[in-house]
Design a protein around this ligand. Structure first.
Ligand SMILES: NC(=O)c1ccc[n+]([C@@H]2O[C@H](COP(=O)([O-])OP(=O)(O)OC[C@H]3O[C@@H](n4cnc5c(N)ncnc54)[C@H](OP(=O)(O)O)[C@@H]3O)[C@@H](O)[C@H]2O)c1
Length: 332
């Protein structure tokens, strides 16, 4: 079968499409004929050797896939050949077939296509866990989403709206803001791209306060980090929750703790993958909630670009160069 392979650490130009041996089912596992895989920011970090988990070389990148089960191993109880599933495997998604543990697979509802299923699990899974279990967001509260047109950002906008929040989207270009508004954001504003200096940080804080009537945001959803983090924490409301999602802008920020004292606010870590491992049944309930919201038309994963497996390197560059909006899909 054909598979994308990372044979040496580096940028997307180092990726290769190679002919590799097809997997066979082993006990507890299924083989999926992959139809769609979606790229996430961690995939971009992993091929450069910059992610917290690094598989040995060579490896096939891609943590999320959707397809049809073509083989099942002994002891598999939940699935049969022909089932439509999505799988969260950490790696291996950008290939014609993938071997997946049955515990990493979820049946796709009939109403959902393969691209949407591949686009949904990590982004909406992360954002629902963040807003529900971690922030306990309440109807009427204000939610500020940074990097709002990205994968987890769009999911946070739609879920925030579905949970009754007033959503403010922040992103680096007008066309990204336009897309956030089309996905339900109530307000949107452009922040500068690059390392923010002191004046730009102050302007960012002031803008958030202006849009929240001077109160600050009740919940801040931050997948960007770096110099964007502190000014947003400074613009949280009393007893606000600042969600640490990721550091797409590069640096891990160091925050003066007196801000939390002055605002009675919380800095809340969000590590969805670890939570799924610890509480798979709770995550299953969250997925069921996502399927219901999808069937009701309240969430709608945005797939902005589709690439063939042969063009995977281009797909990686698109995400790495901050050009992606919504989700980027690789179709086998
Ligand atoms: N905590 C968790 O459990 C969890 C789960 C999934 C993902 N994440 C993390 O969340 C972050 C976002 O993931 P994603 O899949 O949404 O990525 P994405 O689709 O690429 O979106 C990231 C957004 O960050 C902004 N950004 C700011 N500086 C950037 C830079 N230097 N390079 C690239 N983007 C930059 C971009 O928006 P603007 O151009 O508008 O600023 C971009 O839209 C990543 O750090 C990822 O590791 C965390």
């Amino acid at each position: 079968m054909k598979a994308l392979q990372c044979v040496e650490m580096g940028g997307p130009d180092k990726l290769e499409i190679n002919e590799v041996e097809s997997p066979s089912a082993i006990p507890g596992h299924v083989v999926i004929d992959v139809k769609s895989g979606s790229i996430n920011f961690p995939d971009v970090l992993m091929i450069q050797g910059l992610y917290q988990y690094q598989p040995p070389l060579p490896f096939t990148p891609g943590g999320e896939s959707a397809g049809i089960i073509s083989e099942i191993g002994e002891d598999v109880t939940k699935f049969k050949v022909g089932d439509k599933v999505f799988a969260m495997t950490g790696t291996g998604a950008f290939a014609e077939k993938i071997l997946a543990h049955e515990g990493s697979c979820t049946l796709i509802p009939d109403s959902m296509d393969y691209d949407s299923a591949a686009a949904l699990s990590m982004t909406y899974g992360t954002s629902l866990y963040a807003l529900k279990q971690r922030a306990n967001i309440q109807p009427g509260e204000t939610l500020l989403v940074l990097g709002a047109s990205g994968g987890v950002g769009i999911a946070a906008i739609e879920l925030g709206k579905a949970m009754g929040a007033k959503v403010i989207a922040a992103a680096s270009t007008q066309d990204k803001i336009d897309m956030c508004m089309a996905h339900g954001a109530d307000e949107g504003f452009i922040y500068p791209s690059g390392n923010l200096d002191r004046d730009q940080q102050k302007q960012l804080s002031n803008k958030i306060k202006e849009l929240t009537g001077g109160m600050g945001a009740n919940v801040v959803y931050d997948p960007v980090g770096d110099s964007y983090a502190e000014p947003c924490l400074r613009a949280t409301a009393w007893e606000g929750r600042y969600l640490v999602i990721g550091f797409a802008a590069g640096e891990i920020p160091k925050i003066p703790l007196n801000i939390t004292l002055l605002k009675g606010c919380q800095i809340v870590g969000v590590f969805w993958g670890a939570w799924v491992g610890l509480f798979p049944d709770e995550n299953k309930k969250n997925f069921d909630e996502l399927f219901k919201l999808h069937a009701e038309g309240k969430i709608n994963p945005e797939v902005s670009q589709r690439y063939a497996l042969e063009d995977s390197a281009e797909a990686f560059s698109h995400l790495a160069n901050r050009k992606a909006k919504g989700k980027v899909i690789i179709n086998m």
